[in-house]
Design a protein around this ligand. Structure first.
Ligand code: SF4
Ligand code: SF4
Length: 189
């Protein structure tokens, strides 16, 4: 059952009142965020459209869609947004509302994020390890389908079989990733 935030008259007001959603009314609908988004093929409605739908009051459609749960916090949209809106935080603001309302669509992004975090523990991403950590628990069949692609990357020297050597500052990178993990756990409760 949807809850109503006291004083919020419209869905756009509700999003604007959420940390990260403050600048939603400054969006000029240029579409740079959607064009930059690294996971957009998974989104039912890309970031620009999500913003347009929020302004149009399409609360149920936005919150029940899995779209915002697909953000992997890569910040590409944020560094490119010409209005300084920080679409990353805006999308997470909508995600926070959806979570509070009990919408928890199944998406592979959490597994993808965890595999990235583990793969960076040496201070540099080990792509093969990341792919194994992602595909084995989430979609092993898709993993098998991508073996040909993986092999061509390995044989061209673009995807090392062995993990990279520890790089200078690797410990600090691992500490940062662990801290991000702790902050996410704390913020998600
Ligand atoms: S890039 Fe920024 S201004 Fe352009 S549509 Fe996305 S949020 Fe709006
Ligand atoms: S931060 Fe999220 S919304 Fe922005 S480009 Fe990355 S995945 Fe897409």
């Amino acid at each position: 059952m949807p809850t109503t935030i006291r004083g919020a008259k419209t869905f756009v007001d509700e999003v604007a009142a959420e940390p990260g959603g403050e600048k939603i009314n400054e969006c000029i609908q240029c579409g740079v965020c959607s064009g930059s988004c690294t996971t957009v093929e998974w989104w039912q409605y890309p970031p620009r459209k999500i913003i347009a739908m929020i302004r149009a009051g399409k609360r149920e459609e936005v919150l029940s869609s899995s779209s915002v749960f697909n953000c992997v916090t890569c910040y590409l949209c944020t560094v490119r947004c010409p209005r300084g809106i920080n679409p990353t935080q805006l999308i997470h603001a909508v995600e926070a509302i959806a979570e509070r309302e009990g919408y928890r669509p199944k998406t592979p992004t959490l597994k993808l994020f965890r595999s990235l975090r583990e793969a960076m523990k040496q201070g540099r991403v080990w792509e093969l390890g990341m792919a194994l950590r992602f595909y084995l628990p989430s979609n092993i069949l898709l993993g098998f389908k991508n073996i040909g692609l993986a092999w061509s990357l390995v044989t061209r020297g673009l995807m090392p079989i062995l993990p990279p050597r520890k790089v200078k500052g690797g410990k600090e990178v691992a500490a940062i990733m662990n801290r991000v993990h702790e902050m996410q756990k704390a913020g998600g409760k």
